[in-house]
Ligand binder design. Structure first.
Ligand code: ADP
Length: 209
């Protein structure tokens, strides 16, 4: 059996949390691939609906454009639908959800019947470093609207809104904190090691034993 098949059997149920600019989306794809589970990003799903001008997309466009949160009932319903798809039956990596305490409660109920979360990966990063990265990227992409102030504002909103969620998962002993500053490969290796040290590992990885 290949590693990927073994991990599919194992059925990892993971969340990843990280501030804007932390490279969370890239890492989400890496980890999900390693575990053979789908990476489910609520941000990507909303953007997909907006691009395709679906009924949901039309409804949420103004909210997402403004950088505000889509109402919990809409977001929760979307995630429930996505997690009921066959590819998520044996595991998943959720990226960008839950973002509010109401969403945490909803996810708890959703998972109550068929298996709990194994870990919540938190990418940490120095705020000044993230602001530097994002202003650099905005500059390169000619996004003059993405000012340092706007970027700092988003960081602050993230810090304020995710802090209570992290507290919940920390109390449950699920929080796995990983330094998010470094190359994509370095950070991916750190995540792998941190998960392995908790017994959540790619089969064949001795650190998982
Ligand atoms: P970021 O740029 O912070 O990585 P995402 O790509 O995860 O953001 O999400 C983009 C947008 O989609 C958010 O600003 C928000 O409007 C909406 N969104 C995504 N996930 C959620 C969620 N869990 N609850 C409410 N709104 C969400």
């Amino acid at each position: 059996m290949s590693n990927e098949e073994s991990n599919r059997e194992r059925g990892a149920r993971l969340l990843i949390v990280g501030p804007p600019g932390s490279g969370k989306g890239t890492q989400a794809t890496f980890i999900a691939d390693a575990f053979g589970v789908p990476a489910i990003s609520t941000g990507d799903i909303f953007r997909h609906h907006i691009t395709n001008q679906t009924e949901l997309g039309v409804r949420v466009k103004a909210i997402v454009d403004a950088g505000d949160y889509v109402p919990d009932d809409l977001t929760n319903e979307l995630v429930a639908d996505r997690l009921s798809e066959p590819d998520a039956a044996k595991g998943f990596l959720l990226d960008g959800y839950p973002r509010t305490l109401d969403q945490v409660r909803f996810l708890d109920e959703l998972l109550a019947s068929d298996g709990k979360l194994e870990a919540v990966i938190r990418l940490t990063a120095d705020q000044d470093e993230l602001v530097r990265r994002l202003t650099h990227r905005a500059h390169e992409q000619g996004r003059a609207d993405d000012t340092e102030d706007a970027i700092r504002h988003r960081q602050n909103v993230y810090a304020k809104q995710t802090a209570p969620i992290l507290d919940v998962y920390r109390e449950r002993g699920l929080l796995v904190e990983v330094d998010g500053i470094g190359s994509v490969d370095e950070v991916a290796a750190r995540i792998r090691e941190a998960l392995a040290s908790r017994g959540i590992g790619v089969v064949g990885d001795t650190a998982a034993a």
